[in-house]
Design a protein around this ligand. Structure first.
Ligand SMILES: [Zn+2]
Length: 486
């Protein structure tokens, strides 16, 4: 199969897989049949096909194709184990309130449960379920390592670093510095939040902290009925008319089986992009929806003439940065005033916003340091769970359950994509403010400028885009944004 044929089939495969993803996670279809799709496109991920792609990665599109091939080759070979874990988690239940609650629902309930004692009991039950599946997860990770070696890499970490082009170890070192720089401000924020919630900081766990930050709050200022109008008004301010974008599909109706978390699935780019959500109201809900809308605009505005690798492959840090960028308007005073009509938002909202950003970035900084050790084989397997609890605990400043040491790991070092996305978002925000003013999102010129970036799809990596725009990419702009005046 030559490159053109491979690219064409890869695009068909991606469309089929993403359509299944959309149908299942939106609750339209209860089963999730990826097996047939992988079988139909097995020729894309055979050992020969992958080695051919790995041997042809001189150019940029060749590198994206090689990453795509290797990623799905590993996924395909470990699918049996992955499915066993997914099914076991779906079938698992925990005791809650004298009844049995599905494990996956319990994870959502943990950030909603206001009673400290009940939250703690639920937390322990959830950790117990995780520990039951850790053996399979460990096997899966060993499989990733073994396949990486069969493909000619030292280990899974080396494979991810090479094929994604992400400087993982250098990024880990930078993140350790960022964690140091933000330590005292973060400490202050969590103590204030935990005190406010009546939780003694030394006893607090990560779930307590998540509850203080992520539970639905400020629902009066962020009513669910206003979400769509606010999204339309925001995009209109940038010259984008959401209702006229035929390729952006909003799925906002309530449906049993629909994922409680909003998501964006670009079934085809730019032809069919879905944003799926069940709006509940509250500031965190608005943030999540605007995040997904940011992804959707990026994909929907991508130039359809671009080759496949620059529309459906490449560096996800780029699309994550555009998602964070659009999400950032929700906690902007100018946006609150002009779009939501909130004239004097409470200071507590901005303090919570700062805590949320710090918590996320520091948590992911802890994750990359941990995942580098996990996949690099630098720490003995028996030591890994306490190692996780220590590194993540230092990052988020409260106790973290060691049982999550394999559950809390995304494939392919996705944590690095988020960290680099936050760095790119920080310099894009700085640039937008300087060039178009503090309420840049009300400027059609700023919208035009963003469209010119979105049009280029996923061609550039985050660092390349920043360099091309003459922006300083690094931890400094991110640190300044995280610690900026409220
Ligand atoms: Zn995202």
């Amino acid at each position: 199969m030559n490159v053109a044929q491979y690219t064409q089939r890869a695009e068909q495969f991606t469309e089929a897989l993403r359509r299944e993803e959309y149908l299942h996670f939106s609750g339209i279809k209860s089963d999730y049949r990826t097996e047939e799709i992988f079988e139909k496109f097995a020729d894309l991920f055979s050992r020969e096909a992958v080695l051919a792609r790995l041997g042809d990665r001189e150019g940029r599109d060749g590198r994206y194709l090689a990453e795509f091939a290797a990623r799905h080759h590993i996924e395909q070979r470990l699918r049996g184990l992955t499915e066993r874990i997914v099914e076991a988690e779906r079938a698992a239940h925990v005791a809650y309130d004298g009844e049995r609650m599905p494990f996956l629902r319990a994870l959502g309930q943990l950030v909603q449960e206001p009673d400290h004692g009940r939250r703690r009991a639920l937390e322990e039950a959830v950790a117990d379920v995780m520990s039951h599946h850790n053996e399979w997860r460990a096997q899966r990770m060993a499989g990733q390592r073994q396949i990486a070696q069969e493909l000619g890499f030292e280990d899974y970490r080396a494979l991810c670093e090479d094929l994604s082009g992400q400087p993982l170890r250098a990024l880990g070192r930078e993140m350790a510095l960022l964690a140091e720089d933000t330590q005292s401000a973060y400490r202050e924020r969590i103590e204030e939040a935990l005190d406010g919630a009546g939780i003694a900081p030394p006893e607090a766990t990560d779930w307590d902290l998540r509850w203080t930050v992520l539970a639905p709050r400020h629902t009066r200022a962020f009513p669910r009925e206003r979400l769509l109008a606010a999204a339309e008004a925001t995009l209109a301010g940038m010259g984008v008319v959401l209702s006229e974008q035929a390729n952006v599909q909003l799925d906002l109706e309530a449906r049993p089986g629909k994922s409680p978390r909003p998501f964006c699935t670009p079934v085809s780019v730019p032809g069919e992009v879905w944003v799926v959500a069940s709006p509940r109201g509250g500031w965190v809900d608005f943030l999540s929806f605007f995040h997904e809308l940011g992804h959707a605009e990026h994909f929907a505005c991508t130039d359809r003439e671009l080759p496949g690798p620059y529309r459906i492959m490449g560096d996800e840090a780029l699309t994550e940065a555009f998602a964070f960028l659009l999400q950032s308007v929700v906690l902007d005073r100018g946006w609150l005033r002009e779009v939501l009509g909130v004239k004097t938002p409470p200071q507590s909202l901005f303090r919570a916003g700062q805590l949320l950003s710090l918590w996320y970035v520091r948590r992911y900084a802890g994750k990359i340091l941990y995942e580098l050790d996990l996949h690099g084989g630098d720490v003995q397997p028996a030591e890994m769970a306490p190692h996780y609890a220590r590194l993540l605990g230092e990052a988020v400043g409260v106790r973290v359950a060691p049982e999550a040491y394999l559950f809390d790991v995304d494939d392919w070092f996705y944590c690095a994509r988020y960290l680099r996305a936050w760095m790119l978002d920080a310099c894009l925000q700085l640039h937008l403010r300087e060039r178009f003013g503090p309420v840049w999102f009300r400027s059609p010129e700023a919208g035009q400028w963003l469209l010119s970036l979105w049009r280029r799809g996923t061609e550039l990596r985050a660092e390349e885009l920043a360099a091309e725009l003459g922006l300083q990419f690094g931890i400094a702009p991110l640190r300044d944004r995280l610690l900026g005046d409220l």
